[in-house]
Structures are given as structure tokens and as C-alpha cells.
Design a binder for this molecule. Structure first.
Ligand code: SF4
Ligand code: ZN
Length: 419
């Protein structure tokens, strides 16, 4: 093992020891993104002449102009030039931002893309941490951890509310283009899935299995990302697993995936099904974008998101649900998922698929609207299926939403019993 010791010019301590550190709202000097203000992060592959190595630019207020307890927008743009860099590596390197920032004492980062949410603690601010130090941290880590593909790096940090609107549009176009590349790929069309064990630093027995039609539950690691990550670091957290013998096509169980899971979960898990939440489902670490949970009275399931802080019909908010099903254990009936898995044709197929969804926050409906409607039509659920799904404006208890589902003749009511 090659140990890399990098001297990063920031006034806080950097190291994996701080990865699990949480920063509560009351301890935060400033907070970014998280649905409270716009936020995004983007790694772009650029030409040699487009990247000035080592350049860090802050567009908008620095931390000294941010009052204690304030909320600001934040855009993090990392431009990389490398002779061996590939477009496919962008998403992989972008996910590293999450880890690198969490290495900083007094820095906290969750989620990714335009959903990211960050805090800088009061202690870090008092130690002299500035917005531009995010740039120092990212520059140093990208160069030290990926010397084979990263030759030049520049970082732009945007805290200006106007400028961020323009840049976030660039980022969203990129995210869409990346997602579109996956579209033609199905789980059947490949013979290899990938593991992801990046989150074992938080949840030591957790293993994500990433297939073309099931994104990692953080939403940031697609099958293409895992494949690219394995090309960059063959011994790294994303290992190819040839599916091997299929044990259950409907629930999605393969012999080789079970074998891999057994050793990678430190022998705490033996079997996993990819397409159900009821029977030996995938484990959840802690950074899921959304959680799916059964609602027995409605014979369906609900989904809530990290962005939705309100009550839900299962009686728990996102954070209490996260406490129930996180940590790398299988919890039948509850599962952390990436948002995009919801519109996958492999979405809990063994449990009845998309037609099982009876409740989700309004924001998630809007986020998935086009694709969810396409999927609903393809499944014969009708182009108005999304309107049959209850949300917080209909109710936040099973009793409140049931009359709505009955009135709308929601398909879940007529499906085979879920339990
Ligand atoms: Fe990897 Fe899963 Fe963690 Fe995402 S949630 S980084 S896919 S282990
Ligand atoms: Zn995780």
C-alpha cells in the first residue's frame, strides 16, 4: 500500500477520521444547497488550454461576508485536463468531491449533483477556513489521488445568487447527457454488474450492487461510473462481478453476486435480491437519495426524499426512517434508493413495480414527471398514473390518503397482497 501524505494549505485538519463527523445546524456558520439555496457540483473534462493548473476562483461573497447561521448558494466546478482523462470519468471524479470535503474537520457534505448540501462549522470558520479553501482541498486531493489521469485542475466556487443560476444550467445539461448514455443499457444486455463499497467507511458491511438499471443508492454511481472507476483504479471500491448463474430472475438473485456479497459484507450477509424490497433486499448505508417503505393499509409503498423534511404516511420523517434502515443491514419493507431507480424498468418488479407507489412528496413527482409518465404508459398504468399518487397535500397518514387512492382507483388497491 502506497501512503500518500499531502500537505494541503488549509487551516483545518484533513483526514479520513473526520468522514463520519456531522455538523448540526446550530453549530454551522453557513450552510449551502440542500433545497434551502441552489447548490451543485460538477467535474468537467476540459482541453489543455482551458485549464489553468492550480487556479481557484471564488465568484460571489467569501465567508467573511456571510453572517453566522446563514444560507447561501454554492456551485463547485472542477475543471480537469489530463492526457489520459476520459469523459466517462467525470461522474466518478465528481463523486469524490463528497468524500474529499468530508475529510475536512468542520466540513460536512451530503448528496451530490444539484442536490448537494454542505455546512461549514463555526469552529472551522474561526480557524480561518474560507470558501476558497474548498478549492485548495479539491485541487490537492484530485492531483494526489488520481495522478494517472489528472494533469491540471482548476476550481471555481460560486456563491453569487445570479451567477449560480447560469452555471447550474450547464451542470444540469451535463447530468442529463450522462443519464442518457445509460438509457439503452439493460441488466440483461450485460453479463457483469459492479460492486461499490465506497461507503464502508461509514457502514462497514454495506455493499451496493450497481447494474445498468439500478443506480447506486446515493444516486451518484451508475453502472457506467462503476465501470469507469474500475478502469481508473482496478483494485478500488468498484469491482466487476460476472453475474453467473441466475437463481431467481424475477427477484433478481445471482449466485456470483451472493458470493461476492458474502465476503464483501464481512460475512454478515449471504443473499441479495436486486428487484424487491420485501425479501433480502439490498442494504442501505446512509447516503440514499430516497427511502421506500411499505404502507400495509394501502397495499402499496411510499417514497420520501432527503429534501422532504415533513411527515410521511409511514409515521416517520426521512431522518427517522434513515435511522431505521441505514447502517448496512437488510431491512425488508424498507430500502434506501437512488431517485432514478424509481423510473427504471427494474423498479421493485417482484413487488409489482411502479404501480405500487401510493405516496411521494410533490417535489419528487415534479422531478420525475416526464419519465415517470413514460414508464406508467409503458406499463399500461395510464398517462394519469402520477395523479393517482398521493402527496403531502393529500395527507401524511395512511388513513388520510386511503380515500384519495380509492377515489382515484389506484392500481395498488387491486394488486396481490404485498405482505
Ligand atoms: Fe457506492 Fe453505494 Fe456509497 Fe453510492 S451509496 S458511493 S454506490 S457504496
Ligand atoms: Zn453510502
Amino acid at each position: 500500500i502506497k501512503l500518500k501524505i499531502v500537505d494541503i494549505p488549509v487551516p483545518i485538519t484533513i483526514g479520513p477520521a473526520f468522514e463520519g463527523e456531522t455538523i448540526r445546524k446550530k453549530d454551522a456558520w453557513v450552510e449551502f444547497g440542500g433545497g434551502r439555496a441552489p447548490g451543485f457540483e460538477l467535474v468537467r473534462m476540459c482541453g489543455a488550454d482551458q485549464v489553468e493548473d492550480g487556479k481557484i476562483e471564488v465568484i460571489g461573497p467569501e465567508i467573511d461576508e456571510m453572517p453566522a447561521g446563514s444560507v447561501f448558494p454554492l456551485g463547485i466546478m472542477v475543471d480537469i485536463y489530463g492526457r489520459k482523462m476520459q469523459g466517462d470519468f467525470e461522474g466518478v471524479l465528481e463523486r469524490r468531491i463528497h468524500y474529499f470535503i468530508n475529510y475536512g474537520e468542520g466540513l460536512w457534505h451530503v448528496a451530490q449533483r444539484d442536490l448537494c448540501w454542505l455546512r461549514i462549522s463555526k469552529a472551522a470558520k474561526e480557524a480561518g477556513f474560507k470558501i476558497r479553501h474548498y478549492g485548495e482541498l479539491l485541487l490537492a486531493k484530485f492531483k494526489s489521488d488520481y495522478p494517472a489521469i489528472v494533469d491540471r485542475v482548476q476550481v471555481t466556487l460560486i456563491t453569487d445568487a445570479k451567477v449560480i443560476e447560469e452555471k447550474i444550467a450547464i451542470a444540469r445539461e451535463k447530468y442529463q447527457a450522462r443519464d442518457a448514455r445509460l438509457k439503452g443499457l439493460t441488466d440483461e444486455s450485460v453479463d457483469t454488474f459492479y460492486s461499490c463499497t465506497l461507503c464502508q467507511s461509514f457502514a462497514p458491511n454495506h455493499v451496493c450492487i450497481v447494474s445498468p438499471e439500478r443506480v447506486g443508492l446515493c444516486g451518484a454511481v451508475s453502472w457506467l461510473d462503476a465501470k469507469a472507476s474500475n478502469e481508473i483504479t482496478p483494485t478500488g471500491p468498484n469491482q466487476p462481478i460476472a453475474k453467473g448463474q441466475c437463481l431467481d430472475a424475477e427477484k433478481g438473485m445471482w449466485q456470483n453476486l451472493n458470493d461476492f456479497l458474502h465476503s464483501a459484507s464481512n460475512r454478515t450477509l449471504e443473499e441479495v435480491n436486486l428487484y424487491t424490497l420485501m425479501d433480502r433486499p439490498m442494504t442501505s448505508c446512509g447516503c440514499f437519495e430516497a427511502i421506500i417503505a411499505i404502507l400495509p393499509m394501502t397495499n402499496g409503498v411510499m417514497i420520501t426524499t432527503r429534501e422532504h423534511s415533513g411527515d410521511t404516511p409511514c409515521g416517520m420523517t426521512f431522518s427517522s426512517l434513515a435511522g431505521t434502515c441505514g447502517g448496512g443491514v437488510q431491512t425488508p419493507g424498507f430500502m434506501g434508493i437512488g431517485r432514478r431507480y424509481i423510473v427504471s424498468s427494474k423498479f421493485i418488479v417482484a413487488d409489482g413495480g411502479l404501480g405500487r407507489i401510493v405516496w411521494m412528496p410533490k417535489e419528487l413527482k415534479d422531478f420525475l414527471k416526464t419519465e415517470l409518465t413514460e414508464r406508467a404508459v409503458a406499463l399500461g398504468l395510464g398517462d394519469d398514473f402520477i395523479d393517482k399518487i398521493a402527496d403531502e397535500t393529500v395527507g401524511t397518514t395512511e388513513e388520510e390518503i386511503l380515500p384519495f387512492l380509492e377515489e382515484k382507483q389506484h392500481p395498488a388497491l387491486k394488486m396481490a397482497p404485498l405482505m
